[in-house]
Design a protein. Structure first.
Ligand code: ATP
Ligand code: MG
Length: 476
């Protein structure tokens, strides 16, 4: 891989020049370190978060900079971590004093002592994240690379600066970070490092759920999340983090009949979907759309393998999974549940002769999620047979077209009953009672069946008719 090793433009950068001046004034030393340097070398655009390490107090330096940096927000200080942050335009500057860390077995939060630049580079997770660029006048713009991080960037390798066994055990979050970087950058994890991860998987249990989820999100937000999920599976981290997914692994055979491996199928679906949608929660829905299949799997001699009701079971599991991982139990979770719950509906419709009423019901039930649901169904086509692939895709195109046609007529996406309960009560002179619900249901059914349009007058007539059937009379 070719690297961008020129730092000429960095030296011209007004921000870095200012940093350098202030360091000089204060008689301090400072370096740009970590992700910014890595991504510069990789030519991965201009990163908006910049980490600066200083010899001496990072907080003090941040305060001095803030005074001179036009348009900078006030310094935010994180006392417990000894770090400071300045927001400047769309850039986030993080400051930390160079430090030495020592870990205890129970926690990933080390005790820290001031240290040298070398100490600070030693405590970093990967060689490619331990690169520093000097901001000091004497050697402004010089790359400091004690662990051959540049070589590793060239070879696309994730490696820890020190003994991986200790690095991962000290802070097990690094295991997930290794896999996340491998996925984001399309790098390989050094075999020694990967073996160390495999030996330390149970250490992940000391990591907070929130931290784990941050990494899962980052993996899911790459163009090809399967890379990360395969590594998670292979290392056996997945079993601890998302056992619902590992439960989908494997193929059974009875009477010569097999079913597909739902784990690898799921990964394919996720990758396909990521080509079409950036929506984080739709990506989660793709990842979880088949999780109900593990517990519902049955073999029946006449029909073969079935996963009866797996969508319902799966959508219930979404709740417990989100809860366990301390993910939001709000409308995002409900959205994922809904997509999982409905994930087979369009497929069933597309397979048969597509009737208007089936489409109306789909629209009615899916509401705003209809487009995302169809996107998932299209991503779910993983057949390697080109003829079949085309046929299935065409079926969904037809469903989409029908939806557009019916939408123009009936506006079912956000269905509101055209005749309200109040109107029904007024007309028949009723107080709240079950008949109102029955009439409303009959009107809705008539609309979905296409017997009447989704409009007030037609619904009002239908109401009168239904009332009569129930023995109700118009109120004088
Ligand atoms: P990105 O921001 O693109 O995800 P990054 O490399 O900037 O990548 P951050 O999480 O922002 O990652 O961390 C900044 C730097 O801090 C890293 O480059 C690394 O040097 C160091 N670092 C972060 N987390 C850890 C950790 N758990 N263990 C050791 N070093 C870490
Ligand atoms: Mg960063």
């Amino acid at each position: 891989m070719k690297l961008n090793t020129s730092f000429a433009e960095l030296k011209q950068n007004t921000l870095f020049k200012l940093l350098s001046e202030i360091l000089e004034e204060k008689g301090m030393k400072g370096y740009v370190v970590g992700g910014y340097v890595r991504d510069h070398l990789l030519g991965r655009g201009n990163k908006k978060d910049i980490d600066i390490v200083t010899l001496g107090s990072g907080i003090e330096f941040a305060k001095a900079l803030q005074k001179k940096l036009k348009g900078a927000q006030p310094v935010q200080i994180f006392k417990t971590f000894g770090t400071a942050m300045i927001q400047w335009n769309d850039i986030e500057l993080e400051f930390v004093g160079a430090r030495k860390e020592s870990y205890s077995y129970e926690s990933r939060n080390p005790t820290v002592k001031p240290g040298s630049l070398e100490d600070d580079q030693n405590r970093r997770d990967f060689t490619i994240n331990a690169l520093a660029i000097s901001l000091n006048r004497v050697d402004f713009g010089t790359l400091i690379d004690p662990f051959n991080g540049v070589e590793d960037l060239k070879n696309q390798l994730i490696r820890t600066p020190l003994n991986p066994e200790i690095t991962y055990s000290d802070d097990p979050l690094r295991m997930l970070r290794a896999i996340r970087f491998a996925t984001q950058l399309d790098f390989t994890i050094d075999p020694k490092s990967f073996e160390a991860i495999q030996r330390n998987v149970e250490r992940i249990d000391i990591i907070s759920k929130e931290r784990i989820v941050v990494e899962l999100h980052k993996i899911l937000e790459t163009p090809k999340p399967s890379v990360g999920f395969r590594l998670l599976e292979k290392s056996k981290l997945l079993e601890r983090v998302l056992p619902e997914l590992t439960a989908l692994k494997g193929v059974d055979e009875i009477e010569g009949q097999t079913h597909k491996d739902n784990f690898y199928h799921t990964l394919e679906v996720v990758d396909n979907l990521c080509q079409k949608s950036e929506n984080r929660w739709l990506r989660w829905a793709a990842l979880l759309h088949d999780i109900g299949k593990a517990s519902t799997k049955k073999y029946k001699p006449q029909t073969g393998w079935t996963f009866h009701n797996h969508e319902f079971v799966g959508s219930k599991m979404v709740y417990s999974l989100f809860k366990r991982l301390k993910m939001p139990l709000n409308e995002k979770m409900k959205y994922v549940q809904k997509i999982v719950m409905m994930s087979s509906r369009p497929i069933v419709i597309a397979k048969d002769f597509v009737t208007d009423s089936a489409i109306r019901r789909l629209l009615f039930d899916a509401g705003e999620t209809i487009d995302d649901l169809l996107t998932l169904c299209e991503a779910d086509i993983t057949t390697k047979n080109p003829k079949r692939y085309e046929k299935y895709m065409n079926n969904f195109t037809m469903v989409r077209e029908k939806i557009v046609q019916l939408e123009e007529k009936d506006h079912l996406r956000n269905f509101q009953p055209p005749v309200s309960g109040d109107v029904i009560m007024n007309y028949f002179g009723l107080t709240p009672c079950p008949q109102i619900g029955l009439i409303k249901e009959a009107i809705k059914e008539a609309i979905l069946e296409g017997e009447i349009p989704n409009a007030y007058d037609a619904a009002f007539e239908k109401m009168k008719l239904e009332g009569k059937k129930l023995g109700l009379n118009a109120h004088a």
